[in-house]
Design a protein around this ligand. Sequence first.
Ligand SMILES: O=C(O)CCC(=O)C(=O)O
Ligand SMILES: [Fe+2]
Length: 352
Amino acid sequence: MAQPPPPPLPSSQSVQELILDGGTVPERYAYKDDKTASFDESLPLTDVPAIDLGLLTASSSSSAGEELIKLRSALTCWGCFHAINHGISCSFLDQLHELTKQFFALPKEEKEKCARAPDGIEGYGNDMVFSEQQVIDWNDRVYIIISPEDKRKLEVWPEKPETFREVIHEYSVMLRPVINNVFKAMALSLNLEENCFLNQFGERGVMFARFNYYPRCPRPDLVLGLKPHADGSAITVVLPDREVEGLQFQRDGQWFTVPTIPNALLINVGDQVEIMSNGIFKSPVHRAVTNAERDRISLAVFCTSEEENEIGPADGLINEETPRLYKKIRNYPETYFEYYQLGKRSIDAVKI
Ligand SMILES: O=C(O)CCC(=O)C(=O)O
Ligand SMILES: [Fe+2]
């Protein structure tokens, strides 16, 4: 296991304030010699399929069967898919977009009422800084547990916009059956018993929501909205900006931009499902880029197995030809954060 990480350095100004200050990119945000940012507007688009969640759970096995094949191929190839017909109305998704925009447009004093504590993880803030050398993400965010209800820390939940708490509560309730069905479909697509991933996730699997705000940047070629990372979740449900693209996935060393599909949710596999699927579904490396003209927002919900649950490769996937590739582990997020802070991937710590 990794050594305990150093405590975070004092938080920097919000990115939003930085641009108000004058429009240049401070050194701490700029990638210099390396090509990590390597911003290029002409990157190819992903050909990630749109999967009809209604069909996945259809009673007619032939339509479900075709959709399951598509799901398996998307998760094997990209580690993500666009979810359509997910049962959440367009007008509700519009409300989520509006709330996110309205929160970041509030005065600084209002936003700081739910600021992250210096040693805390949840609340309003920006990239946690762990070393003087770290290049800081061009991103302000609110990070909160939204489900189960008794795990919420309401002291770091925004009180404004006025409808924030009610709408986010509703979203967490609507998402639960959606993610349960995705877990079942993932298992079925691998010819496993339908509950074998869902049981590892648990009835009280935790949803961490991250409201991302990427202010427009005068030099998008120098910064990253989010540095390349894979998620530590089991699955992540992303509501991307309706108009502004910026999320990119890496495949075979090449970056691809995710196109916007109206009212779709983008669902990606995180490290925990990579482990449960014994590496058949890969937790994809992705990043967010910025642009000079428009701000961008997104809402990512990281769905993470119950802390007490031991997760590991499903028994049905292990045999002589395909041996177990990952150890069993509990409380994966703890390992994830330790490694993240050291700039390393925690999935490597659980590989056999
Ligand atoms: O902004 C996005 O589209 C993706 C956000 C993301 O990858 C994350 O919050 O982990
Ligand atoms: Fe992510």
